[in-house]
Ligand binder design. Structure first.
Ligand code: NAD
Length: 283
């Protein structure tokens, strides 16, 4: 038997939405390191180009930036055409675009009796506009790119989709109901689509990262003035058995495993990469 490796991934074409972000960037590096050609499809084309150029130079890999809005089908269709023109047919999709927003975040974790007459800081003060945006970005922003970017995989009866879920998907975190509900929906959709596509050669899985400090959550977990953890940041570390936030590189091995034929009989699962957070009851 040949030694197991990620050799099967060499020369494959992957599109990763949100790949210009912190976690996405680490996944792009992992893929570049095993010879996958990567298209970073991001709404922030300048950063996508910059990240692509840096990773291409560092790994001697083929990495490009492409403009795409995961909520706009036409922009995804155009992005696909551009990727096909530059790299050929798409074999792998990573749905990485997502995140929370202050507009969809309650100020308090739990409602107290004192909030009843002035509920602005609670669930009742949430603006539906922000709620809708966060839900759409994380859920519809996973569904729509999947519809567009798996076209070549269907034709070739082979491909892999990897969704990026979150700890919120298992048990909602306080303050962020739209993000939590959307990520729970991502898990549900991962299972649904895995079943739907199982007989046409497309595997669908997800990773659920634990806690990593990135642009979208820094305002929640760090105290901007002191640079220390906020009480919420400290709570996270205390509830992560390994006692720390994750480093984006911690997601790389699980990702390559799910993309490779090594996991060829694996579909419809969500793997936590969380330093033990989801296994811990808090006591
Ligand atoms: P990030 O903010 O660093 O990156 C998100 C990227 O998505 C950015 O490059 C942004 O430009 C892009 N994007 C935003 N809206 C878009 C749109 N409409 N169309 C295309 N691209 C768009 O965030 P991150 O922390 O690296 O998050 C990546 C994924 O990991 C997200 O799905 C997030 O929910 C998930 N996640 C993050 C954590 C964490 O601790 N940071 C934990 C669990 C899950």
């Amino acid at each position: 038997m040949k030694p197991l490796s990620f050799e099967d991934l060499k020369g494959k074409v992957c599109v990763i939405t949100g790949g210009a972000g912190v976690l996405g960037g680490a996944l792009v590096k992992a893929m570049a390191s095993v010879g996958i050609k990567v298209a970073i499809a991001d709404i922030d084309k300048d950063t996508a180009d910059k990240v692509a150029a840096e990773i291409a130079a560092e790994y001697g890999a083929q990495v490009i930036g492409v403009a795409a809005n995961v909520l706009d089908k036409e922009s995804l269709v155009q992005a696909k055409a551009e990727i096909n023109r530059q790299f050929g047919e798409i074999d792998i999709l990573i749905n990485g675009a997502g995140g929370n927003s202050p507009q969809a975040t309650t100020k308090v974790e739990q409602m107290e009796e004192k909030d009843i007459d002035n509920p602005a800081d609670t669930f009742y003060g949430l603006q539906m506009e922000g709620f809708d945006k966060v839900f759409a970005l994380n859920f519809k922003g996973t569904v729509l790119p999947t519809m567009v970017f798996t076209g070549d995989m269907l034709k070739n009866k082979k491909g892999v989709v990897l969704n990026i879920s979150s700890m919120n998907s298992y048990k909602p975190l306080t303050k962020i109901p739209a993000y939590s509900a959307a990520k729970a929906s991502v898990n549900n959709f991962t299972e649904w689509l895995a079943v739907h596509l199982a007989k046409v050669g497309i595997r669908v899985n997800a990773i659920a990262p634990g806690f990593f400090i990135t642009h979208q959550n820094r305002f929640l977990v760090m105290d901007e003035k002191t640079g220390d953890f906020s009480p919420r940041g400290k709570k996270i570390v205390d509830n992560t058995p390994m006692g720390k936030f994750g480093e984006p590189e911690d997601l790389q091995g699980t990702t390559l495993y799910l993309l490779s034929d090594i996991s060829g009989f694996v579909t419809g699962i969500v793997i936590p990469v969380d330093g033990g957070y989801s296994a811990y009851g808090g006591v």
